[in-house]
Design a protein around this ligand. Structure first.
Ligand code: NAP
Length: 497
């Protein structure tokens, strides 16, 4: 298969790229990096340079933290209503500029425009949800069991935070951290992924426009990721690290955060099982599978990685899914009708190719696709594999690409054992019409989230997060703001005792 992609930016794309900030945001000012250094941002669909952004040095990173520290006290003292209104204002501005936000994500990350618009809606919801949560930070007041004192429990902002986000959801991964941090009264430095910095810069501009005071949110884009992050994390003024990305980087960061006993939130990798039982509505399961697998070109931590299907329906499930996958249109996400965009870079294409080749060499059957696509950009054919063995690398590793891997199971206990046979525990999916079985699965599947007869679970009102090596903490829901709050307990003598 080969592909023709548009190698030239349209006028609208050029003018949007020209309007997005390209500098660092430090203390409310857009400034160049030390030495005027920059790095290129590329379109993964063409390999073409879109623009360049500031390449922060360690000194720039520490200056960003200086600004967050200086702004902390006043921001924490700002009334919750004002904090909420600023976040709500940013949500409104995002609605007005949703086409721009979506196009920017498609350009720098590659997802089809319709999916980018979905991400604007989803990512925007964190601004709206936490604008509402800002005024619902509660404490307690009560009598101690001995009756000798009054116990007061209050919540207060953790303090300056360092937020690190990945490239796969450039908007939502940022709002999921920024909104609860700011709502709680924390200031922050955010470092977006080097591959997709533009959406974060755009979002920071909206927050400024919505009235965010100088220094409350600072943005550092850099190619010196390790050095800049190490300096910020080692700084005793930092109080919290929130990271979304791979488990391997998360583990390194947890070790570094331990030196200053930082509060941490870690949203890490996944290896989601997608279970289809013989009593499932197979059409619904195929629909759910398409959403769970191909959203974001398979590059989601929640992407279904292992399709565990009862042996009596595995062939039929594979046939129906393959039929649908063959109708997909691959191309640059800005083109009409495209359903599958590029992978983020050529390294990702090579890795997906290796996983497919390994599975086939161990006996998997290739039902569709299976190869990189020639031409400019980083594309891989939408692929379906049947009869994948549990010894295949693809069964253990996060695929992060448009590949369905189907492994048959014998019975419920075999399904659960296979589903839990991973160090990850982010999300699981199960399709069954048997209520008793569904209830058993809720208890048995070792994941922080579960989709029961549904293929997408993400929602700003829900606590998103994993168990085992998929992470620590929750983002979204009532729980999300508590990641940025410290509990303080006060005892006073009972005035009547
Ligand atoms: P990654 O390589 O771990 O990078 C994530 C972020 O960490 C980027 O901003 C990256 O910066 C930064 N980083 C890399 N090395 C670092 C270091 N030594 N110190 C400090 N920061 C460092 O992951 P990715 O490839 O971008 O994202 C894919 C992974 O994220 C997958 O495993 C996926 O499952 C996971 N993810 C998890 C969730 C969740 O909620 N659980 C959501 C989305 C994605 P540079 O870009 O500059 O390298």
């Amino acid at each position: 298969m080969s592909l023709e992609t548009l190698a030239v930016l349209s006028t609208a794309e050029r003018s949007l790229l020209g309007a997005v900030p390209h500098q660092l945001l430090i203390d409310g000012q857009w400034v160049d990096a030390e030495g005027g250094n920059t790095f290129a941002v590329r379109d993964p669909a063409t390999g073409q340079e879109l623009t360049a952004v500031a390449d922060a040095s360690v000194t720039d990173g520490v200056r960003a933290l200086d600004a967050a520290v200086a702004a902390q006290e006043a921001w924490a003292a700002t009334s919750p209503r004002i904090r909420g209104e600023i976040l709500h204002g940013a949500w409104e501005l995002l609605q007005e500029r949703k086409e721009d936000a979506a196009l920017l994500m498609t350009l720098e990350m590659g997802k089809p425009l319709a999916e980018a618009l979905d991400e604007v809606a989803y990512g925007g919801e964190f601004l709206r949800w936490f604008s509402e949560e800002a005024v619902r930070i509660h404490g307690r007041y009560g009598v101690n069991p001995e009756g000798t004192g009054r116990m007061i429990v209050t919540q207060r902002a953790v303090g300056p935070c360092y937020l690190i986000t990945p490239w796969n959801f450039p908007l939502a991964m940022g709002t999921r951290k920024i909104a609860p941090a700011l709502a709680a009264g924390c200031t922050a430095v955010i470092k977006p992924a080097g591959l997709t910095p533009l959406t974060t810069l755009f979002l920071a501009g909206l927050l400024q426009e919505a009235g965010l005071p100088d220094g409350v949110l600072n943005v550092v884009t850099t190619r010196a990721t390790g050095a800049v992050s190490d300096a910020i994390i080692a700084d005793p003024r930092l109080r919290k690290l929130s990271f979304t990305g791979s488990t391997s980087v998360g583990v390194q960061l947890l070790k570094k955060a331990a030196n200053n006993v930082l509060r941490t939130s870690m949203e890490l990798g996944g290896n989601a099982p997608f279970l289809v039982f013989d009593d499932a509505d197979l059409d619904a399961a195929v629909e759910g599978a398409l959403a769970a697998k191909f959203r974001n070109i398979g590059q989601a931590c929640t992407a279904a990685n292992r399709f565990l299907v009862h042996e009596s329906v595995a062939d039929e499930f594979g046939r129906r899914l393959t039929e649908r996958v063959r109708t997909f249109r691959v191309g640059r996400g800005t083109e009409e009708g495209v359903t599958i965009g590029p992978l983020i870079d050529d390294k990702a294409v090579a890795k997906v190719g290796e996983l497919v080749a390994d599975a086939v060499s161990r006996g998997a059957s290739l039902l569709a696709g299976g190869r990189p696509i020639d031409g400019p950009g980083s594309f891989f054919e939408p692929t379906v594999l049947g009869e994948v063995g549990t010894d295949a690398d693809i069964f253990r590793e996060e695929i992060f690409g448009p590949v369905v891997a189907i492994t048959p199971f014998r019975d419920e206990s075999d399904a659960v054992a296979k589903a839990n046979a991973t160090e990850y525990g982010l999300v699981s999916y199960a399709y069954t019409r048997d209520l008793a079985r569904a209830q058993r699965l809720i208890d048995a599947l070792d994941t922080g989230m579960m989709g029961l007869n549904v293929g997408v679970v993400s929602n700003a009102a829900a606590p998103f997060g994993g168990v085992k090596q998929s992470g620590v903490g929750r983002e979204g829901g009532f729980e999300g703001i508590h990641e940025y709050l410290e509990t303080k307990y006060v005892l006073i003598p009972d005035p009547f005792a």
